[in-house]
Design a protein around this ligand. Sequence first.
Ligand SMILES: *Cc1c(COP(=O)(O)O)cnc(C)c1O
Length: 414
Amino acid sequence: MTDSAVWHPFTQHATEPEPPVVLRTEGAWIETDKGKLLDGISSWWVTTHGHRQPRIVAAIREATESLDQVIFAGLTHEPAERLATALAGMAPEGLDRVFYSDSGSTAVEVALKMALGYWRHDGDGRHRIVVMENSYHGDTIGTMSVGERGVFNAAYEPIMFAVDTIPFPQGDGQATLDRFEALARNGDIAALIIEPLVLGAGGMLMYSADVLRGLREICDRHDVLLIADEVMTGWGRTGRLWACDHAQISPDILCTSKGLTGGVIPLAATLANDKIFQAHYSSDRTRTFYHSSSYTANPIACAAALANLGIWQDGGMQDRLDRLSAMQAERLSRFAGDGRFENIRQCGTIAAMDLRVSQGGYLAEDGPRMRAHFIENGVLLRPLGNTVYLMPPYCVTGEDLDLAYAAIDSYRSA
Ligand SMILES: *Cc1c(COP(=O)(O)O)cnc(C)c1O
């Protein structure tokens, strides 16, 4: 593997060790040429039920008997039609239109374009976007523009667009709501884009459903579109199907990807309410929503997603989420009085805590050291700076989790 031609994502090839070669995946486990690893981060937050979930794999196999990629402009197919209907039925109220793409980033780009299109066609052409401090929405230029600026995107800053930022909610979040209301009152804000309840890449930062509801209310008062980026939080991570469900709110636009196919194969969807769709619905062809990905609504991916939705519709998922949430809570509580960690927190199936370090930030040296320590102990965890978090597939057992928490417990700072 030393003569690999691969350029890996988020990887510093000059300093990182040769990666293990993955041979096989199953359930919560990844088998490599250097041993087995517990997938404590669901392969970057995509794997929900477990790797190679049998029903999803079978659906993919079956779909390939009759379909592969087929142009989705001017043609349609049953997997995409059925999936759209089912998704609209499971999504927060009112999100009845489903636009397909193939990654979280494209789902967010589509959302931003829909919001701008809405204001251009049916409004006053406003185009300012409000974002939350520490947010992450993807790595394309547009999604970086609405995300936190920092070491990851400093080089691209000159071509990113300007946004307005509200602070991450502290305490009851009133300062965040006040700041947003002040911006919204100006009347030139097209949309607010947020990760509801949990900011993932920003460090598993969590805020309350009350704040989320407050943001929705301000959007309503000042006619601002709400875009919920549920790319990470969707499909049960927060303990409910959608993070928005905790606040009983509907965004105007919702982005989903990662867990949409159970994490088996790429697919994304941007769901919009009727007013967004109607703004583009016209005999005037300039109002067409001019967007497509080559692999829009890939039938095999749609079949995989339908199998995933079937698992959710069968029932039993809420119990599984509740059980995993309780298992996480019990293990997190053992770190309660532990001086090595602070900000111990949980939202549904996601558990996180911060290693106390003298100097932090994402590039804190403890990050790579912790990661290596966890790998040595058979656990795949990738701390965000000094934030250690566990976001396992839902099939993880208590014994598996004990292994992960033991690896965290045995880490020693240099
Ligand atoms: C991962 C993520 C994205 C980007 O998804 P990709 O499939 O990696 O492009 C966008 N938003 C959030 C909240 C994410 O966690």
